[in-house]
Design a protein around this ligand. Structure first.
Ligand SMILES: Cc1cc2nc3c(=O)[nH]c(=O)nc-3n(C[C@H](O)[C@H](O)[C@H](O)COP(=O)(O)OP(=O)(O)OC[C@H]3O[C@@H](n4cnc5c(N)ncnc54)[C@H](O)[C@@H]3O)c2cc1C
Length: 420
């Protein structure tokens, strides 16, 4: 049976891998010249089950209003004349109740735990090198009220098997000595020893190599122009290369994994997914021997920034801006990230200029991705992973392969059956 995977980000490539292992003949269609060149290119690097808390929570509205119009805000709504943005915003508000927040959190922890286990399994089978670190994630807090809420969420996560340990600042500094020089007024930390970090781009490219050797074909530089259907099934897709040559691709099944662009492609066949691009930034700082930089992955919760050590580089990433499909670099937002980094790690001088990057998270109002069958009988979705696509990629792909082979994934998560 032939499957065409649409998109070669971390989600598309892991889908291709797990489908190929399940016996499918897989091709992957990607407009870029290689895998993981868009949102999976320079993300925060965290494999963070512990960061499963959805953006939509009972405190979110208060914070968003406080941050409106502030260029250094961690989460910034730039209101557009775009009905999709407004609709997304209303759905986001609906998810902010205590009950929905708790339900979403539980599902996201389940998916994260499953996914981390699938990644670890994959590492046992393949020699994947992506600057991985298995030293846990340290979440830092500077607001006592937020810290209290985070401890409550940590207790819910712990019930499900995601170990999280409350730490004093002194204990946190013992785990990550680079924090000893911080000039920030921190009030507490939560440590998740089982979390990991690593370079999603390197991982996806390495897995692409293994997939190619296992027989998966990658069609790079091919833009998906049109999805065609007949009755309740996809009949074929049209792709176009850089020279304008159009080709028809026919498969028995199709997997939509085009990240933030999935809703644009799906809209043309009547599927309306609430996925909106949430732009984020990262800075990659080359390190010198004299730099005192963290080894353990860190989340600065008040500024929604994550820090991951990727060999001789430090990746700092975060902030979210809902402003449509735009990946321009806003120097003010990058300067705010750099300033926060310097306050947390003042002994990190960094000789060369940090490399700035922006990407579009495929964000859903409740942070839950769409995984499973669509209302077209041969079209499957694996998209909308928002802030945690790297963390959730292996689990989402493994679960999708199980669904496509008629099995039921063994985790409590609302997978799609045939819904829109
Ligand atoms: C600043 C930032 C920090 C982040 N930090 C983390 C983190 O620490 N941990 C974590 O788990 N997640 C993190 N994320 C989220 C994570 O990066 C994303 O969820 C993930 O990369 C999404 O992967 P994807 O494969 O769905 O999308 P993408 O990587 O965008 O892949 C989609 C692919 O589809 C292709 N495509 C789209 N349209 C077409 C078309 N018409 N024709 C052909 N090809 C097409 C694109 O070229 C692209 O390669 C972060 C994101 C950002 C922006």
């Amino acid at each position: 049976m032939r499957v065409a995977v649409l998109g070669a980000g971390v989600v598309g490539v892991t889908s291709a891998w797990f489908l190929s292992r399940a016996g499918y003949q897989v091709s992957v269609i990607e407009r870029q010249p290689a895998s993981a060149m868009e949102t999976s290119f320079a993300n925060g690097g965290q494999i963070s089950v512990s960061q499963a808390e959805p953006w939509a929570n009972p405190d979110a509205l208060h914070k968003i209003i406080k941050w409106l119009g502030r260029e250094d805000a961690p989460l910034l709504f730039r209101l557009q004349k775009d009905p999709q943005q407004w609709l997304w915003g209303l759905r986001f508000l609906r998810e902010c109740t205590h009950a929905r927040h708790t339900r979403n959190l539980r599902h996201l922890v389940n998916l994260g735990l499953f996914s981390r286990a699938m990644l670890q399994d994959l590492r046992q089978q393949l020699d994947l090198q992506y600057q991985q670190q298995q030293q846990g994630i340290l979440q830092l807090h500077s607001d006592p009220r937020e810290y209290q809420n985070a401890c409550k969420a940590a207790a819910i996560m712990a019930e499900q098997g995601c170990q999280r340990i409350e730490l004093s600042l002194q204990q946190a500094t013992q785990i990550e000595p680079a924090l000893a020089h911080s000039v920030l007024p921190l009030c507490g930390a939560i440590y998740s020893p089982d979390d990991e970090s690593g370079d999603a781009h390197q991982f996806t490219q390495a897995l692409t190599g293994y997939a190619q050797r296992a027989g998966v074909s990658f069609l790079f530089g091919q833009h998906i122009k049109r999805i065609n259907y007949s009755h309740n099934a996809i009949s074929h897709i049209e792709i176009e290369d850089e020279q304008g040559q159009i080709q028809i691709i026919k498969a028995d099944a199709y997997v939509m994994a085009a990240g933030s662009y999935s809703p644009l492609l799906l809209r043309t066949i009547g599927i309306h997914l609430p996925i909106y691009p949430a732009k984020g930034y990262s800075l990659t700082i080359p390190l010198r021997d004299e730099d005192i930089a963290p080894l353990i992955s860190i989340t600065d919760e008040s500024h929604k920034l994550v820090f991951s050590r990727l060999g001789d580089r430090l990746r700092v990433a975060g902030t979210a801006e809902l402003a449509g499909y735009n990946t321009e670099i806003n120097t003010q937002r990058c300067a705010a990230i750099h300033a926060r980094c310097r306050s947390l790690f003042p002994r990190l001088i960094g000789q060369a200029a940090p490399q700035a990057w922006a990407g579009l998270r495929p964000a859903t109002p409740n942070n839950m991705p769409f995984i499973g069958r669509s209302r077209y009988r041969n079209l499957y979705l694996n998209t909308g992973h928002g802030t945690l696509g790297w963390t959730q990629s292996c689990g989402s792909a493994a679960a999708l392969a199980q669904i496509m082979t008629g099995k039921t994934p063994e985790i409590d998560f609302p997978f799609l059956c045939a819904a829109d």
